[in-house]
Design a protein around this ligand. Structure first.
Ligand SMILES: NC(=O)c1ccc[n+]([C@@H]2O[C@H](COP(=O)([O-])OP(=O)(O)OC[C@H]3O[C@@H](n4cnc5c(N)ncnc54)[C@H](O)[C@@H]3O)[C@@H](O)[C@H]2O)c1
Length: 332
């Protein structure tokens, strides 16, 4: 298929591009580079540097390249920032998302795989979280991702849009060439490895008095390559015209086990790197649930998704290899 990847110069988008190319697809990356990196662009993919807000360029890109499907990953995705600046999130994640949906409608592109998030659930009562759990986002980031899911559903009803929304939990790890480099890093694995690499002083642990086995929060980590491969399965599924297309497909993507506590992540990072990695326990962060774990059974059952790197050691080893090869991220 000819696939447009919005946000393809970002962390997950670059690995999705790699996997699409390996699977024989043609890829056009559409990214403004306002957060992503030119060095993260994958050889073999075409690149259009433009913003989603630029409706004319978006439409022209879809039609000139005869795009058949879109993987929509471009977004703002910092929870704390979204609470301070909700308008930024509504504009980029909802308004710009609608510009994409309209450009797709205009150019008759009817297949869409969307990067959604665990933040659409808020603080669910039951773990592991299934797709049937109620959605009650506790921040504008989750709220805007959910709003876009709802928009896709109505575009399906009215315009025959086929979509799959993938609700990722915590993406982590790296491929050989593409890794995680966010200007403002909030994710525990790269932060921990920055401490190991000596570019950050210590890891702040947000609370150690939760009702979990070691008192620290438990989260679910998924290797970015396993995550990327799920997009290809989702693309194929929405192409085959089976029953899911009448309602749109929603799938969780996590590691599918018991998850790992913050202390377990720290211990594993110390074991992998051989470094001390100092950590300090600080106060809890507002709105952090004690445990967030995905049930990934639905995507395993329906699409035959089989994660290959579902192991914290393997995830951290891959991230550490990438960080050692890119001590300053993509800014070489
Ligand atoms: N990283 C995670 O653990 C995680 C978890 C859940 C969901 N997600 C979602 O996955 C997607 C990718 O996440 P990531 O960590 O790779 O993010 P990222 O910031 O590394 O990549 C996002 C890319 O989108 C581009 N972009 C943003 N707004 C744009 C616009 N208006 N026009 C053109 N380009 C634009 C940025 O330049 C960047 O290259 C996001 O939608 C995010 O919400 C990520």
């Amino acid at each position: 298929m000819k696939v447009l990847v919005t946000g393809g110069a970002g962390y997950i988008g670059s690995v999705v591009t790699e996997e699409l190319l390996k699977d024989g697809h043609e890829v056009v990356v559409y990214d403004s580079l306002y957060q992503g990196h030119r060095e993260a662009l994958v050889n073999g993919a075409a690149f259009v540097q433009a913003d989603l807000a630029d409706a004319a360029t978006l439409q022209e890109t879809l039609s000139a390249n005869r795009i058949e499907a879109v993987i929509h990953m471009a977004a703002d995705s910092l929870v704390a920032e979204s609470c301070e600046h909700p308008a930024k999130y509504y504009h980029n994640n909802v308004v710009n998302g609608l510009i994409l949906l309209d450009a797709m409608r205009e150019t008759n592109v009817r297949r869409l795989v969307f990067s959604s998030t665990a933040a659409t659930y808020g603080q669910p009562e039951k773990q592991p979280i299934q797709e049937t759990a109620p959605t009650n986002p506790t921040n504008p980031y989750g709220e805007t991702k959910l709003a876009f899911e709802h928009a896709m559903r109505w575009y399906l009803e009215a315009h025959g849009l086929r979509f799959a929304s993938l609700r990722y939990f915590n993406a982590a790890g790296a491929s050989e060439n593409c890794g995680e480099h966010h200007a403002h890093e909030t994710h525990i694995i790269p932060i921990t490895l920055q401490v190991a690499a000596g570019t950050r002083e210590f890891v702040e642990v947000y609370g150690a008095d939760y009702l979990t086995p070691d008192g620290t929060c438990v989260r679910d980590y998924i290797h970015v390559i396993d995550l990327a491969r799920a997009h290809i399965l989702a693309l194929k599924a929405i192409d085959d015209g089976s029953t899911g297309e009448r309602v749109g497909r929603i799938y969780n993507l996590g590691c599918g086990g018991d998850g790992y506590s913050v202390n377990q992540v720290l211990e594993m990072a110390r074991a992998v790197t051989g470094k001390e990695i100092p950590a300090r326990v600080g106060p809890r962060r507002a709105g952090d649930p004690a445990v967030l774990i995905a049930s990934s059974q639905k995507i395993e059952r329906e699409l035959g998704w089989k994660p290959e790197f579902q192991d914290l050691r393997v995830i951290i080893e891959s991230a550490w290899r990438w960080m050692q090869a890119h001590p300053h991220g993509y800014r070489e």
